[in-house]
Every structure is written in structure tokens, then in C-alpha cells.
Design a protein around this ligand. Structure first.
Ligand SMILES: Nc1ccc2nc(N)nc(O)c2c1
Length: 366
């Protein structure tokens, strides 16, 4: 494996990119989908199943892990990879977004955020420096800057204030992260639904010469058209030779349309959360296994899938498990859904390669 962090583009199709991130703990084929492992576990999955469906990297959350079991405890136990038995790359979110969406009594200043835990009300503070320190204690491979994500809709001056604060915090995170060759710290573009603010944020982060760039502040309730418009504005401002990560996205349709606009990495709770709520993603659309119409259906979700959860169990059985609130229901549907998402990414990667090959072949025959 690589000793350092590197990214190379291997094919393009218009603005869509096929690439490879190489890190000491492994390679990440892009476009990539990162299963969400918030508290150091991809809920209802064994880590070897997560690997088995084709995931190259998973996501963890600073906010959740600092509250429970505690970052220093995870460090004492050897870091998140040993703790959770996932030896491959892990990307950790920085905590700001989760503080604002989960914690209580939070107060945000230039210094950072102070808040009370949503678990036991204990007081905490999170500065850019502390967030990077926690991600280091977790031994995270890709660490996100601390940022302030503005919920949309928001007033332009509010979006601007949060975007500018996030830029100052990006500088502080870059300083705190220092030079760790085998790891990366990504900046996060903010700017809400304002084209001008998105351009300013992206250009300022580009000038910081970071190893990767996330597009944040989206998938916060805005229409898909606004999200895609912001990608049309933001991606061209980001360096072509660095990975681009769209945070919190999304549905299969969101992912397809965002890859077409130049995004390389995704994370979303949808496939895992839907699995726990009885919802299955299939090539023919979503299937709600709670629905009584499945009670006598002997067919599997997808007889052509190579995932046992999709191929070896009848819809009738899955319906029974879901209705009975049996743990195996969440396990099988999560397995199916993550397999579906990874197959989607595999098909996207192949399509970009094929199209690039076609374009190259056309050049050669001309
Ligand atoms: N939609 C999202 C999801 C996660 C995020 N995490 C951070 N740090 N910042 C954002 O803007 C996010 C947006």
C-alpha cells in the first residue's frame, strides 16, 4: 500500500471522474460510497459483510465517539480500526454538523462550539483544534475540518457569516493537523444556496492546498435542483487532481446526478436507516417489506443479486421478520441495501471507464 495519501484520475466522461485514492490502509475506488458507521459500527452489519459488499472506506463520527465511548478511551484501546475491527480507511466527520443537529444548549463562538451531550447532558466544548485532536486519537485516515453548516433556507448574511467562520476554522484545522503524510484533512465548502458565496468558499479553500475537498451545507432539506446547481457552481472551482466529497448524499438518483457533476465520494445513512425500517432497495425500485402484500410472496428481492440477503430469502420471510421486529430483518435488509449501493457505484465506475474507452477508441479510429 501507499505510504502517503494520493489521488489519481483514471478515466473521465464529461465531468464524471473515475479515480483511485491510495492510502496506507488501502485504496478507495471512486466514485465511492461510504457506509455510515457513526458510533464505530455500521448498524446491523458485521464489518466483514461491509467489506464483502465492496466498501473500501467507512465513515465515523467525532461527535458520537467523543461522547461515547470517548476519544481517549478509543486511543488507549489502539484506535478505531482495531476497536471496530475495520482495518481499511476510515473518514471521520468533524462534529460540527452533529453538534448543531443533535446536542442541546449549544453556543457557537469564534473559538468553537460549547454544548451539552444529547446522551447525558454533560458539558463539552469543540474547537477546530479539539476536533482534529479527537480525529487523531481515533486514528482516522481522512479527517474533516470543523465547519458551521447553515440549515437552508437561510438569510444571505447568515450564510456568509457561517461560510467565513468555516474558512477561518479550516485554517486552524490545517495548522492543527500539520503534516501527516499517510492521512488527509479535507476542507468543506460552505455557502448555502448562494453561487457567489460558494465560489468564494471554494477558491479560498483551494488556496489552502488541502488534500481533498468536501461540499458541505447541502442535503439539508433543499430541493435537488438547488443542490445540483450548487455543484455546477462549486466543482469547477475545485482542483481537478483532488478528491471531491459530497457530504450526506444521497439517493441513487442524487448520486448519479452528482457524479455527472464531478463528485467522487459520498456518504448517506439512507441505505442503512432504510434497512432498519423495513425498506429494501432493488433494481426495480424500493420495496417496503412492512406492506401486507408481501406476506405470501415466495420470490426473493433479486434472484440475480450476488448478495445472499437479496437472493436467498423470500419476501414473505422478510415481511414476517420486519412485522415481528426480529433483529434478522434489519440485518438482512441493511445487507441488501448496502450491496445495492455498492453495486450502483461499481456500475457507475464501469460506465465512466466504458465511455472513456469509447471516446478514446473514437479518437483512435478518426
Ligand atoms: N449534509 C451534510 C452532512 C454532513 C455534514 N458534515 C459537515 N461537517 N458539514 C456539513 O455541511 C455536512 C452536511
Amino acid at each position: 500500500m501507499a505510504e502517503n495519501f494520493s489521488f489519481k484520475l483514471t478515466a473521465t466522461d464529461g465531468r464524471a471522474r473515475r479515480g483511485l485514492v491510495s492510502m496506507p490502509r488501502g485504496e478507495i475506488r471512486t466514485p465511492a460510497f461510504m457506509p455510515v458507521g457513526t458510533g464505530g459500527t455500521v448498524k446491523a452489519m458485521y464489518m466483514d459483510q461491509v467489506r464483502g459488499v465492496g466498501a473500501d472506506i467507512i465513515l465515523g463520527n467525532t461527535y458520537h465517539l467523543m461522547l461515547r465511548p470517548g476519544a481517549e478511551r478509543v486511543a488507549r484501546l489502539g484506535g478505531l480500526h482495531d476497536f471496530a475491527r475495520w482495518p481499511y480507511p476510515i473518514l471521520t466527520d468533524s462534529g460540527g454538523f452533529q453538534v448543531m443537529s443533535l446536542s442541546k444548549l449549544r453556543k457557537l463562538t469564534e473559538q468553537g462550539v460549547t454544548f451539552r451531550s444529547h446522551i447525558d447532558g454533560a458539558p463539552y466544548e469543540m474547537s477546530p483544534e479539539r476536533s482534529i485532536e479527537i480525529q487523531g486519537l481515533l486514528d482516522s485516515d481522512i479527517q474533516m475540518q470543523l465547519d458551521e453548516c447553515t440549515a437552508l433556507p437561510a438569510k444571505p448574511n447568515e450564510i456568509e457569516r457561517a461560510m467565513e467562520l468555516s474558512l477561518r476554522w479550516a485554517e486552524r484545522c490545517k495548522t492543527a493537523f500539520g503534516d501527516q503524510p499517510g492521512k488527509a484533512m479535507f476542507g468543506i465548502v460552505q455557502g448555502g444556496d448562494s453561487a457567489a458565496l460558494r465560489v468564494r468558499s471554494a477558491q479560498a479553500l483551494k488556496a489552502m492546498d488541502l488534500k481533498g475537498y468536501a461540499v458541505g451545507g447541502l442535503a439539508v432539506g433543499e430541493p435537488q435542483s438547488v443542490m445540483l446547481e450548487m455543484l455546477d457552481i462549486t466543482c469547477p472551482e475545485l482542483p481537478a487532481d483532488k478528491p471531491r466529497y459530497l457530504m450526506g448524499v444521497g439517493t441513487p438518483d442524487d448520486i448519479l446526478k452528482s457524479v455527472a457533476r464531478g463528485i467522487d465520494m459520498f456518504d448517506c445513512v439512507m441505505p442503512t436507516r432504510a434497512g432498519r425500517h423495513g425498506l429494501a432497495y432493488t433494481r426495480r425500485g424500493k420495496v417496503n417489506l412492512r406492506n401486507a402484500r408481501h406476506a405470501d410472496d415466495p420470490r426473493p428481492l433479486d434472484e440475480e443479486s450476488d448478495c445472499p440477503a437479496a437472493r436467498d430469502y423470500s419476501r414473505a420471510y422478510l415481511h414476517h421478520l420486519v412485522r415481528s421486529q426480529e433483529g434478522l430483518g434489519a440485518m438482512l435488509l441493511t445487507w441488501n441495501n448496502l450491496s445495492y449501493y455498492q453495486k450502483l457505484m461499481q456500475d457507475i465506475r464501469a460506465a465512466i471507464e466504458a465511455q472513456a474507452f469509447e471516446a478514446r477508441a473514437a479518437e483512435i479510429t478518426e
